[in-house]
Design a protein around this ligand. Structure first.
Ligand SMILES: Cc1cc2nc3c(=O)[nH]c(=O)nc-3n(C[C@H](O)[C@H](O)[C@H](O)COP(=O)(O)OP(=O)(O)OC[C@H]3O[C@@H](n4cnc5c(N)ncnc54)[C@H](O)[C@@H]3O)c2cc1C
Length: 385
């Protein structure tokens, strides 16, 4: 079935990046088509942790889909010596990704986005004036095409863009809280030292928790046995759980994220943070940046579209790069870093500020001069409990 209209913008992928872009462009009065290959609401392999800074970006309240508010972290090293630190303000909210993503889609639809779910885009061609997106069910024309289609983006491959310079792999399962060895479920659990450039986590939600591990993509095959060890430690039989995994992509060096009037955002643009693997915040942020430039273009600014890539480089690259360097250092010195967090407040305060958006990884890297660090570490008393 062909749609005779020419949409201003067609977006492939109704994850946070695609839906939030659709929402903003629809608010600007543009004709927007949003394609999603799955029937919505769909499942997504994710721990569902939203750092508190997300409220700086989203213009609407997400309270209805928040499952738990996190105010601390229980941290261990190689499964030993766990301690808990608390924050006085919100650090992270946890959500179920099918609820959260569908919630954003509803906002986009309310503002006028045309949603086509259960439609996988399989080809993109051009007739000179417009792009034509094709699936086995549908064919539509658009002036601008956006790939918000995740870590294994079809659109990036189609136009031969490869913005991803490093990748992690995340593996996770959902466990009932009742089945876990109890800890304070208003904290997350983290363990460092066992996995190169990675960590284990438990992110409690309302009745379940995401239990998982992140490591380098090249070490993906070793992550399943690692996850089994983590599950055993938490009191869970690893043979009785369903595990899902997915790559987490990072753009830490410059490479194109656009070609003519085709753009990549979110995971498709490698926007996930290297150290934490947090991708939802930058999915929303890249959507927000692109929305501003597309709206300016349709308002008559012919140069607006060229500014997206420059803004991506300015606003996300320094941080992603710093996160990469800090993560490497942290993992190399994992025991020292662990003890520094346990025995002092400064590293913990920095983590809390990053979660709240009060500090960025690039600022941390700039400030991380050994003499300043030593001064801060050794002159503060510990508040760990
Ligand atoms: C195990 C794991 C845990 C994670 N935990 C966290 C976390 O706690 N917090 C966090 O911030 N991030 C986390 N992430 C990362 C996060 O999931 C991603 O960074 C985030 O989903 C990126 O959003 P997106 O909108 O760019 O892409 P996605 O959410 O991947 O959405 C892309 C959408 O495009 C659709 N699609 C793909 N191809 C097509 C096509 N051809 N046609 C139509 N539709 C298509 C897909 O079905 C999908 O719905 C985790 C990742 C993993 C693997």
């Amino acid at each position: 079935m062909n749609d005779q209209r020419t949409y201003d913008v067609a977006i492939i992928g109704a994850g946070p990046a695609g839906s939030f872009l659709a929402y903003q462009l629809s608010v600007h009065g543009l004709r927007v088509a949003l394609f999603e290959k799955e029937k919505l609401p769909r499942k997504k392999t994710c721990a569902g942790g939203l750092s508190a800074k997300i409220s700086d970006i989203l213009p609407f309240d997400i309270t209805p889909v928040i499952q738990r508010k996190i105010y601390g972290a229980t941290v261990s090293h190689k499964f030993q010596d766990a301690f808990t630190k608390y924050a006085d303000k919100l650090l992270i909210s946890t959500v179920d990704r099918s609820d959260f993503d569908y919630y954003l889609v509803q906002y986009a639809k309310e503002k006028g986005t045309h949603l086509f779910d259960d439609v996988r885009i399989e080809d993109l061609t051009s007739d000179g004036d417009a792009y034509i997106l094709k699936s086995d069910k549908k064919e539509i024309r658009c002036k601008i095409a956006v790939g918000a289609d995740g870590a294994q983006s079809f659109l990036a491959r189609k136009i031969s863009l490869n913005p991803i310079s490093r990748s992690h792999f995340g593996l996770q399962t959902e466990i009932s809280l009742d089945a876990l060895r109890p800890f304070d479920f208003n904290t997350i659990r983290l363990d460092f030292g066992n996995v190169r450039d990675g960590y284990f986590w438990v992110f409690p939600k309302k009745e379940t928790a995401s239990v998982g591990v992140i490591g380098r993509l090249r070490d993906a095959a070793r992550l399943r046995p690692h996850l089994s060890d983590w599950l055993k430690l938490l009191g869970v039989d690893p043979d009785n759980v369903v595990v899902h995994g997915h790559p987490i992509p990072h753009r830490i060096t410059h490479s194109p994220v656009s070609l003519d009037r085709i753009f990549l955002i979110g995971d498709a643009a490698g926007a996930a943070d290297y150290w934490t693997g947090e991708g939802i915040y930058n999915a929303l942020k890249t959507a927000q940046m692109l929305a501003g430039h597309i709206a300016a273009y349709f308002a008559g600014d012919q140069h607006a579209l060229a500014r997206y890539e420059k803004e991506m480089d300015r606003e996300t690259l320094p941080d992603l790069r710093s996160s990469y360097h800090l993560s490497r250092l942290f993992n190399y010195l994992s025991l020292v870093a662990f003890r520094a967090i346990r025995n002092n407040d400064y590293p913990w305060d920095v983590f809390c500020r990053i979660m709240r958006g009060e500090r960025s990884f690039s600022e941390v890297q700039k400030r991380l001069r050994p003499h300043i660090l030593a001064n801060k570490i050794f002159n503060r008393k510990s508040r760990s409990r």
